[in-house]
Design a protein around this ligand. Structure first.
Ligand code: FES
Length: 104
């Protein structure tokens, strides 16, 4: 069994070379929102959900992006409503949020 049931990596990388990137002003806030919501729901910690910041995940043009393991499910998101859907449908219930998936 995995130490965490699900581990979310939120790209908070900011590129300075005018190339599209995840941290156009929302990634840091989104990661904090996701982390706080999981904690408020009592779903953080071993055997549950972990939210971590990540450097560039190599999918900059599709950002902001996050990936959920162990499934390896990639999402793009724009606001807290999207993050709420990812929390409720995927992280807590195991069902990917189809409208936010990034094609493999
Ligand atoms: S800056 Fe987020 S994937 Fe590259």
């Amino acid at each position: 069994m995995s130490y965490y049931q699900r581990h979310v990596f939120v790209c908070t990388n900011r590129r300075e070379d005018n190339i599209a990137c995840c941290n156009n002003g929302v990634a840091d806030d989104g990661r904090a929102y996701l982390k706080d919501r999981i904690k408020d729901l009592g779903e953080n910690g071993p055997g549950r959900v972990r939210v971590s910041s990540s450097g560039c995940l190599g999918r900059c043009a599709q950002g902001p992006v996050l990936v959920v393991y162990p499934e390896g499910t990639w999402y793009t998101w724009v606001d807290n409503e999207d993050l709420d859907d990812i929390i409720e449908q995927h992280l807590l219930s195991g069902t990917p949020v189809q409208r936010l998936l990034i094609d493999e």
